[in-house]
Design a protein around this ligand. Structure first.
Ligand code: SF4
Ligand code: SF4
Length: 293
């Protein structure tokens, strides 16, 4: 079962929530909970987990077409079939090229070509690494190759590789509402949206709520940095009957600890109680029985 932690914008505290919930849930589900960092452009969950050790890593590739100019008749059928404008054909110059950064590896051009002029090669898009941790069943991180735009493909591979219905998996989603987020949250049993009580936070929350309603995925909201900004985000939640899971008060001390990577060992008692009750709520919501009861 998968629970995603998402936010419409960066900097709302999504990683804080993901790491703390992984820690708290591991108290109930010692070897049945994993944290999967799907924020592949900038994975940072491991920065906050002490003594994590890499146990395995593998490279992920996408298949990119290559055009053989000796066989190519420059008929342009492949470029017409390509939805992503990744193929340039200039007949007069006998030019035929695939832009690997635009290619989405759909394979349509290979099917389109009647002259056997297209073959495919493996293009590295990132890595998937597994880490053991001193609590829970470990962290799995996707890390995008520098310069690659294949976030969605890497997240898809990450989800496929980690698929384990016996495990409760927390998916730390990339910020925003674009394809990588859709890929991360699709198939999740529940999504926790993290927002902040500011006009920016509210606007991005509205977009994410719209997305999750379209995808028909149940969700609730945690308001981080509560006490900062205004009340309109709460009015939005009330008006739309969206569950407020809880609030994390704005704290300068917390910001200092975060910048030191100390999310778990210097947490206040109040926050410990908050994450404990949120973890219990998730177990209840997902129908998972507490192991220590
Ligand atoms: S469809 Fe085949 S032959 Fe036609 S332009 Fe593309 S690669 Fe060349
Ligand atoms: S594999 Fe798909 S996206 Fe890539 S160049 Fe061919 S048609 Fe375009």
């Amino acid at each position: 079962m998968r629970i995603a932690i998402a936010s419409g914008k960066g900097g709302t505290g999504k990683t804080t929530v993901a790491v703390n919930l992984y820690y708290q849930l591991s108290k109930y589900l010692e070897n049945q909970v994993q944290l999967i960092d799907c924020d592949v452009e900038e994975p940072n969950d491991l920065l906050f987990i002490p003594k994590a050790e890499k146990s395995n890593t593998n490279k992920v590739y996408s298949l990119v077409p290559k055009i053989d100019r000796e066989k190519c008749t420059f008929c342009k059928k492949c470029s017409e079939w390509c939805e992503f404008n990744a193929i340039s054909i200039v007949k007069n110059l006998k030019f035929a090229e695939v832009n690997k950064d635009l290619c989405h590896s759909c394979g349509a051009c290979s099917v389109a070509c009647n002259f056997d002029a297209i073959s495919e090669y493996q293009n590295p898009i990132g890595t998937i690494s597994e880490y053991t941790t001193t609590f829970g069943s470990g962290v799995i991180e996707g890390r995008l190759e520098i310069g690659s735009s294949m976030q969605t493909s890497l997240i898809r591979a990450l989800k496929k590789q980690t698929n384990n219905p016996e495990m409760l998996q927390l998916l730390d989603a990339p910020p925003g509402t674009s394809c990588p987020v859709v890929e991360t949250v699709s198939g999740a049993a529940y999504v926790i949206l993290v927002t902040e009580p500011t006009p920016f936070g509210e606007y991005d929350l509205m977009l994410t709520v719209e997305l999750l309603n379209d995808l028909k995925i149940p969700f609730g909201v945690i308001v981080n940095k509560a006490g900062l900004g205004n009340h309109s985000v709460y009015e939005f939640l009330n008006k739309n009957k969206i569950e407020l899971i809880g609030e994390i008060p704005f704290s300068k001390e917390f910001a200092v600890n975060y910048s030191r990577g100390a999310l778990l060992d210097q947490i206040s008692e109040e926050m410990e109680i908050f994450y404990q009750s949120t973890a219990e709520r998730l177990l209840e919501l997902t129908g998972i029985r507490k192991l220590n009861n």
